[in-house]
Design a protein around this ligand. Structure first.
Ligand code: FES
Length: 101
């Protein structure tokens, strides 16, 4: 079941928003014109990824600096070693949706 993340106009490049997908918080990121969605929870400790710095296709956890690849959810920088769950994004007209993979 897909969930509306927002209108394209509300999600410009560099923006982030968190939405609930089946009771799980998911962060949606517009990075270089592509939408990515990951579980909004660092795999190191219980900390949200929303608002973390995004660069080189990775989102940082602001708590201890781990970085996760937007396209795969893989942990690329310690102290996180486990991946975070990724979700699918879908563009439908001028709306962005998130759905489980
Ligand atoms: S809680 Fe994210 S790096 Fe520690």
């Amino acid at each position: 079941m897909r969930v509306l993340a927002g209108k394209v106009a509300e999600l410009p490049e560099g923006s982030q928003v968190a939405v609930e997908v089946s009771g799980v918080s998911v962060v949606v990121v517009n990075f270089e014109g592509q939408y990515y969605a990951l579980r909004n929870n660092c795999s190191h400790k219980d900390y949200p990824l929303l608002g973390g710095d995004v660069s080189m296709g990775r989102i940082s956890c602001e708590k201890h600096g781990a970085k996760f690849e937007l396209s795969t959810g893989k942990a690329k920088v310690l102290p996180a070693v486990k991946a975070v769950q990724i979700y699918r994004t879908e563009l439908d007209g001028d709306e962005v949706y998130v759905l489980p993979l």
